[in-house]
Design a protein around this ligand. Structure first.
Ligand SMILES: Nc1ncnc2c1ncn2[C@@H]1O[C@H](COP(=O)(O)OP(=O)(O)O)[C@@H](O)[C@H]1O
Ligand SMILES: [Mg+2]
Length: 317
């Protein structure tokens, strides 16, 4: 693996307000990095600096060896960028827009033709190729935005909320496409949706109030959930009290939480201390106390729980 993108101490102030505060991380070829944060965290501002559309107050980004503060044009050559909301020229057709972008990218002759054909095929734009962009559905508009981003087959893709506003089928398609393209590229997608990380990312960087607060694999983040290694037991509601007193005897159990009741079956969540493995001990208590369970399984941890926790730390100050 080689480092394709290196973000070094990127900082951006708007007047007195620090929108992005000393953010650093790097992305290797083959990685799909989820750049996560609540609305207003500084994701788009960071992406605009990386892509050379906004100058940093301090810090820089190095893309395939080129420094964006010194040579933004070289950086733009390496990068495909889908801006937030994917603004497009509504009066143009995909044919016109892709031709225009190809010219800007300096593509000519057979390279130009094959770049456009390839992008149109990948994003399945044939049926709308000559239709005015303003009249296209949201899903197609996003696909046109992605087509212009990948047209020159860049090594690095920066996609700002690529699935925002799409319906579930369209989200699925865009995520599949990102997965397919990731083999030989470094891809950064910003999102405020946790499901997106599970679906496509092999790494996640979380920012809150402009600062990086976490960097790791989705599994690393899940381990930070208070529900990591919790044991979910589904059992008849009239057995819940029996289960509670049985599992409360187990060392390393911090508590028991009641989940939903469906058809008189209650989900009970047995929560460990510090992510300890308690499933065998829980199982043993069920057997020894003759408590019949309908289902028992270990929870992986909940990303939304971790996300809420790490992005709201300090809110009370
Ligand atoms: N041009 C600007 N002038 C002033 N404040 C801005 C500007 N652009 C962004 N901001 C502020 O910076 C913060 C981060 O914005 P943004 O990067 O768009 O967040 P995100 O993409 O994570 O939702 C927000 O509080 C936003 O209002
Ligand atoms: Mg944004």
């Amino acid at each position: 693996m080689s480092t394709m993108l290196e973000i070094k101490g990127l900082t951006r102030q708007f007047g007195q307000f620090i929108a992005v505060n000393n953010v650093s991380f790097s992305v290797e070829s083959g990685e799909v990095l989820g750049f996560l944060g609540p609305n207003g965290a500084g994701k788009s501002t960071t992406m605009k600096m990386v892509t050379g559309f906004l100058s940093p107050t301090s810090g820089t980004a190095v893309v395939c060896g080129d420094d964006v503060t010194r040579d933004p044009i070289a950086v733009k050559r390496h990068i495909g960028y889908l801006p937030e909301g994917a603004p497009l020229y509504e009066d143009m057709t995909p044919a016109g827009l892709l031709g225009f972008v190809a010219n800007v990218r300096g593509l000519a002759g057979s390279d130009r033709r094959s770049a456009i054909d390839n992008a149109v095929a990948k994003l399945q734009l044939d049926e709308v190729y000559n239709q005015q962009i303003g009249t296209l559905s949201k899903g197609f508009k996003r696909r046109v935005g992605l087509a212009q981003a990948i047209l020159h087959d860049p090594d690095v893709l920066i996609l700002d909320e690529p699935t925002d506003g799409l319906d579930p089928n369209q989200k699925f398609q865009v995520r599949e496409l990102i997965g397919e393209m990731s083999k030989d590229k470094a891809i950064v997608i910003s999102t405020h949706l946790l499901e997106e990380v599970d679906a496509v990312c092999n790494r996640a960087v979380v920012i809150a109030r402009g600062a990086k607060v976490a960097d790791g694999t989705p599994a690393d983040l899940e381990r930070r959930s208070r529900y990591y290694n919790s044991v979910s037991v589904h059992l008849k509601t009239d057995r819940v009290d029996q289960l509670k007193s049985a599992v409360e005897r187990i060392e390393h159990v911090s508590g028991v939480e009641l989940g939903p009741v469906v058809d008189d079956v209650t989900q009970v969540l047995v929560v460990p201390m510090d992510g300890s493995e308690i499933v065998e001990a829980v199982n043993l208590q069920l057997v020894e106390n003759n408590i019949p369970a309908e289902q028992i399984y270990v929870e992986r941890g909940r990303l939304d729980d971790v996300f809420r926790q790490i992005t709201s730390e300090g809110d009370a100050q």
